[in-house]
Design a protein around this ligand. Sequence first.
Ligand code: GAL
Length: 432
Amino acid sequence: MRRFVAVAGVAALSLALSACGSSGEKASGDAKGKEDASQVDIVSWWSAGSEKEGLAALQKVFEKQHPDTKFANKAVSGGAGSQAKQKLQADLAAHNPPDTYQAHAGAELSADIAAGYLEDISSLYDQFKLRDAFPKDLIDRLTVDGKIYSIPSNIHRANVVWVSAAALQKAHIDPSKAPANIDAWLADMKKLQDAGVKYPLAVGADWTQLELLETVLIADMGADIYNQLMDGKGDWNGADVKKAFEHYSKLMEFANPALLNEDWEPAMKGIINNDGTQAYTVMGDWTPPAFDQAGKTLGKDYFAWPTPGTEGVFDFLADSFTLPKGAKHPGGTKAWLDTISSKEGQIAFNTVKGSIPARADLSDEEKGKFSQYQQTAMKDFQENAIVSSIAHGAALPMSVTEDMKKALGKYNSKSLDVAGLQKAFADAASKK
Ligand code: GAL
């Protein structure tokens, strides 16, 4: 496997590691008290396949740490929360919240915070001793007007291309080497088509299209300008954005139109099975457990490298959990937040899920429990330039992201051309 080479000195964030901070402290006293801790209703979208296994690993630690609290799994299927988020918005608006729900750290929660749906849980950061355990920059991204409304369980990387060795062999392309940029990648896709791989690029439902597009934006603009664009200081109508949209449009010519409504795992089945029918997909690093389940080996059956042109950049997202106002079992929620933030919980969950712990205070021995890929990801997270994922809620408010997904749907059903798509994104971003 070609490693994610860490580029020294390009770190946009100084993710200082802290040796202090304890783990696994019980929430018992406070969490129980007068607050109902008899159970916790947990809404996530980890309902199937490899994702379900990650949640099950966390449940095991939870039941050990909090044996008196019933774990009530209310997962809603649909990768990236495609179904869960709709149901949640309706339940929150109707003042019928679950005890906790999955969300992405960053801009995604801004509307829920503004609507007053969430409790400020800053005090739990002190109670669970998390202020030194998480990287300071992650805490900064979670903080809104001095308050924190969720606790992260993990960190995923979105700008990863997963590569089928069997498909690339058909066109005599070395699967371990990333093309230098998007143009070189497009040239390889043409070679693959000429060698009989009809649709080299696997792309599924709208959020997977958005994830592909965001990584092309990063490739064509670089981390700093991409970050400015996300912060509202860039120009969505600009020439560099145009170049990325045109690249995206060319890439989509290599994707099978029949898969554009599929979830991530079925959409990339040909890569997971290494059956030679699909060559590449851009997907977050929740994929390795799916390869494991299919009995496939990194560096032999499949390879992974950053989206061409994004070497040295870590397109970041973090899953986090909340305490909604009016939750029926706030004591149960606190117990859950204790487990997901504890060292034991983060190690058990992330070793199965494919992500890296959000905690930055793991010992070398604890890091040794993770795969080689994950150890590289941990290093990259410290050393790379960090950017926020659009498709996974870190960069932009949910309503903006939803409008962008709708525009991609229109583009792929041919009711928008590429210039219209770029304009639709500019219009969506202007509502931020
Ligand atoms: C992301 C989430 C990941 C993974 C993925 C696919 O939004 O952060 O943990 O679940 O969706 O469903």
